[in-house]
Ligand binder design. Structure first.
Ligand SMILES: [Ca+2]
Ligand SMILES: [Ca+2]
Ligand SMILES: [Ca+2]
Ligand SMILES: [Ca+2]
Length: 208
């Protein structure tokens, strides 16, 4: 039996994160950001089945090895009907037997965290953080150092700021501020005190 084209399978997996596009208006600006745990960057991407989670496995490429792991918990709808609420999903996108994407969902089954293993070594290299299903931040370990050193912030789907820890001392020393999908100004901390000492592009006039 012919397999589905792999790109289609991947596309389906990558777009199955729920209706985030339609939840943008509902996102609250003033809500506290959800912090991803820093240790996830050196931790393995797979998490064992917890508590009362139910695990359902799928073998999309039929090689007798599961590649999608869906974790649900028993829940009830407002009118009292039983259903399995999605809490986590793990996926092996390149079919090497190791999970590469792990997603976590909130109580309304909206994506909350998405952890990515970009170099396929089984460890997390990037975490995407969502609020009510809308992307608010990406945290990335550039250079595979074992912890996050690049952060990208989003509001209503647009980049507002990028921050980097360029010397991996755990402190941000590079800031990019974005306006209307363009870099507006760039600041650098040259003396390690955590504040900007040099603007690589001067701040633009406010009305423009
Ligand atoms: Ca498989
Ligand atoms: Ca894999
Ligand atoms: Ca990795
Ligand atoms: Ca630094």
């Amino acid at each position: 039996m012919p397999l589905p084209p792999r790109s289609l399978v991947l596309a389906a997996l990558l777009t199955s994160s729920g209706c985030s596009l339609f939840n943008k208006q509902a996102a609250q600006k003033d809500a506290a950001p959800i912090q991803a745990e820093d240790e996830t960057f050196s931790a393995g991407i797979r998490q064992t089945k917890k508590g009362d989670e139910k695990l359902t496995e799928f073998d999309l490429n039929r090689d007798q090895q599961p590649d999608v792991f869906v974790y649900t918990v028993a829940a009830k709808t407002e009118d009292g009907r039983d259903f399995d609420r999605l809490v986590r999903k793990e996926m092996d996108l390149n079919w090497d037997g190791k999970v590469d994407v792990a997603r976590q969902y909130d109580e309304e089954e909206r994506i909350q965290f998405e952890r990515l293993d970009l170099d396929f070594d089984g460890r997390v290299d990037q975490t995407n953080v969502y609020e009510k299903g809308t992307l608010i931040r990406k945290e990335r370990d550039v250079g595979y150092t074992g912890r996050a050193n690049t952060w990208v912030y989003f509001e209503k789907g647009k980049i507002t700021r990028k921050e980097r820890d360029t010397n991996n001392d755990g402190k941000v020393d590079y800031w990019e501020y974005w306006e209307n999908d363009q870099v507006d100004r760039v600041g650098e901390d040259t003396n390690g005190d955590g504040t900007v000492d040099r603007w690589l592009r001067p701040p633009q006039p406010a009305n423009g």
